[in-house]
Design a protein around this ligand. Sequence first.
Ligand SMILES: CC(C)C[C@H](NC(=O)[C@@H](N)Cc1ccccc1)C(=O)O
Length: 698
Amino acid sequence: KILNEKRDKLEFSKVVCGYPLSIFFIVVNEFCERFSYYGMRAVLVLYFKYFLRWDDDLATSIYHTFVALCYLTPILGAIVADSWLGKFKTIIYLSIVYAVGQVAMAVSAIHDITDSDRDGTPDSMTFHIVLSMVGLFLIALGTGGIKPCVAAFGGDQFGEHQDRQRRTFFSVFYLCINGGSLLSTIITPVLRAQECGIYSKQKCYSLAFGVPAALMVVALVVFIIGSGMYYKAEPQGNIMLDVCKCIGFAIKNRYRHRSKQYPKRQHWMDWAEEKYDKLLIAQIKMVLKVLFLYIPLPMFWTLFDQKGSRWTLQATTMDGNFGALVIQPDQMQTVNPILILTLVPIMDSLIYPLIKKCGLNFTPLKRMTVGMLLAAIAFVCAALVQIQIDKTLPTFPSTSQSQLKLLNMGSNSVTVKLPGNDALILPAAQVYPFINNCNTKFTNLLPETNDLTSKPQEGNNAIRFVNGMKTAVNVSTAAADFGLIEPFYYSNYSQIKNGKATFTLRSGSQSCEYSTNFGFGSSYTFFIHSTLVFGSNCQDSVTAVEDIKPNSVHMALQIPQYFFITAGEVMFSVTGLEFSYSQAPSNMKAVLQAGWLFTVAIGNFIVLIVAELAKIPKQWAEYVLFASLLVAVCVIFSIMAYFYTYIDPTEIEAQFKKKINEDDEDDKSKPGKAEVEMVKRDSIKCHDEYDKATQTKM
Ligand SMILES: CC(C)C[C@H](NC(=O)[C@@H](N)Cc1ccccc1)C(=O)O
C-alpha cells in the first residue's frame, strides 16, 4: 500500500527539475493569499480609526483580537482536513469563506452605501461595523483554517525519498509568503490614500480591501487549476476523536492499574493497548513528543511579534530621513520581508552547505535553537538603540513637578526673578523652560494649558503659534488650521509631518507666508513679532523656538535588530515549518502544522499580558528582560531537543502496517489463544523497530 502511495504521488503530477509541477500552483496560491491577508491587515487599524471612527484603544484591541484569532482557527481547519474533508476540499471551501469575508470588508468600506445626505460620512455606522466584523470573522476562519492545510498539502506532494526537494519547497513557500506580504504592504496603503466615491470623494478603503479580495479569488482559481495534478491523501476518519478517546482510555487504564502489582509499561500511552490499534498509539506518541517540544516556542513569537508594536513605536522617536527617501516609522517593518527574500536563498545555498562541509550536523532543532539566540541578540540591539534614543529625549516634569515656560515677547531682553531662584536674563523672543516642584506658587503669569507631556506621536512635529501682535492673526497650512489667534495669546498644538511646511499668516484681507523645514518628532513654538508687516516677506518676523528637539538617532540603527530577528526567523520559522511536517504521522500532518501555528497565537497573547502587567519604566530594560527570558527558554529548549530522537513516520507506519497485514494472514490460519500470544510478540518487535527508527538525537 505504501509503495503504491509513493508511486501514486509521482504519477499525479509532471516532474520538473525533480519537483512535482503541482507545487507551482500551491506556492502561487500562497503568494496571492498572503498578499490578500497582509494587504488587508496593513490598513485595518486606519480603517477602524478614520472610517469607523473608533478610538485608538478600541481599534488596537480589535486588531490584536483579530490577529490572535487568525492563529487559533488553524486548529479547526486542521481537524476538518485530517478527519473529515481532506486537505484539498478544506482549502477550497475555506478559501471561498475567506474571499467572501474580503468582499464583505470591501463593501463595508463603501461610504456611499449609507451616505443618503451625501456629506461624505456614512449615516448608518452600524451597517458598516456589522458588515466589517462579519467580514473579519470570515477572514480569520478562512486564513487560519487553510494555513496548516496548504503547507501540509504542499509537503504531501513529495515522495518519500524527496526530503531535499521537500526542504527546498518549504523555503520557497516561505519566500512566497514574504514576497506577497511585501508587495501588499507597499501597495495597499497607496490605494487607501486615493480618493474615491460616487457622491463624495473620500479615502479609498474599499479599493484597499477590494484588491486583496481580488487576489484571494485569484488564489482560489490558481489552486483549482492545479486540481488534476495534486496528490490528495484521503482523510482517515475522525482521527482527532480517536486520538482524544485513546489518550483518555490510556489515562483511565493507567489509573485503574496504579497498584504496584501491575508491571510498568514503557510509555504511559501503552496503557491504551488493550483497546486501541498499536499504529494509532505509535502515531499519538509521535505527535505528543513534538507537541511537548513546542512548549517553550511561544517565547520566540513573543519577541518576534513586537516588531509591529514596540519596534514601530521606537521608530517614531527616530529620524527616518534616508536622503532621497523618507521612511515612515511603520514602513520600517517591510525590512523584515525584504531581508527574508535575501536571507533564505543565502542560508539554503551558502550557509547551511558550508556548515555541512565543515562536518557539523546542523540538525533542525539546532537551527531552531540558534534562531532563538539570534532573536535574543536582536532585542539586545534594540535595547542599545533605545539607550541612545533616551539620551536625546527631553526631560518632562514628573507627577510631583510642574513646568513653567517663560516667553519674552518684547524686542529687548528682560530680567526675570522667580520665587526661590536667582534672577535670569531672558533674551527677546526666547522661551525659558523651568521645572519646579508643585508647591511653588507663581502669580500674574499667562496660564498655559495642553502643553506637551511626551514626544509627538508617529514622528510628527507638534507646532503652535504665539501672537505677539496687537491684532488677531489667522494661521494655516495645507495640513493644519491653527485658527484665529488673539493678540498676546497662543494657538493649540497641531501635528505637522516632516519636510517643508508653508504657513499662511492672515489678518483681514492681508497675508504673508512663512516657510520652514521639519524633521521627525520635534515641537516648536513660532513667535509672531509685533513688528510683522503683512504684504511683505514675513520670514524674518517669525521666530522658531525649539521646545523639543527633532529625533536625532537615525532609523538605520534599527537595521541590525531587524537583521538578527529575521536571521532568527529564517532559522527558527522556516525550519520549524518543515520539522512539523516531517515529524508528523501521515494522518496528522495538518494537525501538527496547526500546533505549530498555535505557538504563534500563544506568543501574541504573552505580548498582550506582559504589556499590561510588567510596567517597566525604562523601555531598554524591557527589551533586556525579553532577551533574557528568551535565552532562559532557549536553554530549556536545547535540553529538551537533546533528548529528542528524530523519527521517520512513514517508515514506522509502514512497519506497523506490514505487521498488521502479516497478522491478518496468520489470523486466518491460526485462530485462538496462539493468536493473542503472537500479537504480543509482534507488539514487542514493533516497538524494537520503532526504537531502531528513532536513533538520531538532536
Ligand atoms: C508568523 C507566521 C508563522 C509566519 C509568516 N510570517 C512571515 O513570514 C513574516 N516574515 C511576514 C511579514 C511581512 C510583513 C511584515 C512583517 C512580517 C506568515 O505570515 O505565514
